[in-house]
Design a protein around this ligand. Structure first.
Ligand SMILES: Cc1cc2nc3c(=O)[nH]c(=O)nc-3n(C[C@H](O)[C@H](O)[C@H](O)COP(=O)(O)OP(=O)(O)OC[C@H]3O[C@@H](n4cnc5c(N)ncnc54)[C@H](O)[C@@H]3O)c2cc1C
Length: 375
């Protein structure tokens, strides 16, 4: 079986690594001409960390990630600590892996190293995928094309692969996010190298901050409601003054963090309708291409990793003649879980509601590989 993966994000690269481990030939096609150190912080929960360890990523993650001791919830205005949710040793004991705080680029780099360079084709923009009688054809922007047994669209929320079969468009959720990274030096409340996430919760707004890149940088995510998103792109450079104005009157620690950011971007949070099949005969979707979600549960990339490992498991137990059944099985295994997580992800934290993080066994404890013989 030969598989083409469209998109070399976290989902696409995890899938490539998992397929390779299963002995399945695959190629990844990525529109970017090079891998740059893009993105900001990402929280990796034990459900995904356990899977990445199965792929051989252990010391690589431990070297760049910050192992979180817990989540501190603070009052938006006075900064008083409202609650503390322990992770640390409790998390490892309960779920067999740590909760990591990472720079997305560190995770991405570790995944790139798992995939042979010759199987990743940069500067390859997919413009269409066409299902044929016995496989699927991928058409690229330069006019070239390939035909393979299975195509996986791991090309993010704006997925071209999805667009080849379904006409739905991403829609704006009504919320925007300021994201940035600040040098860790002397940034309260991480001044003494504290390994934790801090969430300031206000009415209709919240701010999340945590250390990444082995503690050298502080990630800032400031979420606010905004009526319209008129830009063509998902993100745009933002001014510190605008971000500070959006959080005027908040705890001065929040405002200082915003001011300390090297640069800020503003993201319009978008969604797509969920009610459509991911899979055709020889084509399926994974990660944000299949199920974009709001970031309030920090599960988007984690679920992309679960998708990738599940899909690799299904394909590794299939022959070419039953590839379609393998894609259906993958979707049946993943859809109920992802739908539930999408629903929870849509709820912004409240000072009480954040307590629900304690009730995460169904998310952190899930093992998609238990479905397969080698799980
Ligand atoms: C503010 C914010 C905070 C977040 N925090 C977290 C968190 O803490 N934890 C978490 O798990 N998730 C988090 N997420 C979500 C997470 O970032 C995404 O769910 C995840 O990155 C999706 O990965 P992906 O590989 O599926 O898609 P993407 O990262 O979008 O990758 C898609 C890839 O496909 C490529 N591509 C696109 N179109 C084409 C084409 N036509 N041809 C070829 N290549 C193409 C793109 O260049 C890209 O490399 C957050 C999101 C936001 C906005």
């Amino acid at each position: 079986m030969k598989v083409a993966i469209i998109g070399a994000g976290i989902t696409g690269l995890t899938l490539a690594a998992a397929l390779r481990r299963a002995g399945i030939t695959c190629c990844v096609f990525e529109r970017a001409a090079s891998f740059r150190r893009i993105g900001a912080g990402i929280q990796l929960s034990p459900n995904a960390v356990r899977l990445l360890r199965r792929l051989g990523l252990d010391t690589e993650l431990a070297g760049t990630a910050v192992r979180s001791d817990g989540v501190e919830v603070r009052h938006w205005k006075n900064g008083n600590v409202v609650s503390w949710i322990p992770l640390g040793d409790d998390c490892e004991r309960l779920f067999g892996a740590p909760y990591y705080l990472m720079h997305r680029a560190d995770l991405h780099n570790a995944l790139v190293d798992l995939v042979p360079a010759g199987s990743v084709h940069l500067g390859s923009t997919c413009v269409e995928v066409i299902e044929r009688d016995n496989g699927a054809q991928v058409v690229f922007a330069d006019g070239s094309n390939i035909t393979v047994d299975v195509v996986v669209g791991a090309d993010g929320i704006g997925s071209t692969v999805r667009g080849s079969s379904f006409a739905d468009e991403p829609h704006y959720s009504g919320q925007t996010v300021y994201r940035g990274l600040a040098p860790a030096t002397a940034q309260a409340p991480f001044r003494d190298g504290e390994r934790k996430s801090v969430i300031w919760v206000g009415e209709g707004k919240h701010v999340v901050s945590y250390p990444v890149a082995a503690g050298s940088l502080i990630n800032i995510v400031a979420v606010t409601a905004d009526e319209a998103w008129s830009r063509e792109s998902w993100s745009t450079p933002a001014r510190v003054g605008d971000a500070r104005a959006a959080f005027a009157g908040w705890d001065t620690v929040v405002l200082d963090l915003i001011s300390a950011a090297d640069s800020l971007t503003k993201w319009g949070l978008h969604l797509r309708s969920g009610d459509f099949p991911w899979s055709g005969q020889f084509v399926t979707l994974a990660g944000d291409a299949a199920h974009p979600m709001l970031p309030f549960l920090a599960q988007g990339a984690n679920q992309g990793i679960e998708d990738a490992m599940t899909l690799a498991g299904c394909l590794s137990q299939a022959t070419f003649s039953d590839a379609t059944l393998a894609l259906q099985r993958y979707e049946q295994l993943r859809r109920p879980r992802v739908s539930a997580i999408q629903q929870y992800s849509a709820k912004p934290p409240t000072s009480q509601g954040t307590q629900a993080l304690l009730d995460t066994a169904w998310i952190f404890g899930h093992d998609p590989l238990s479905e397969f013989n080698d799980g």
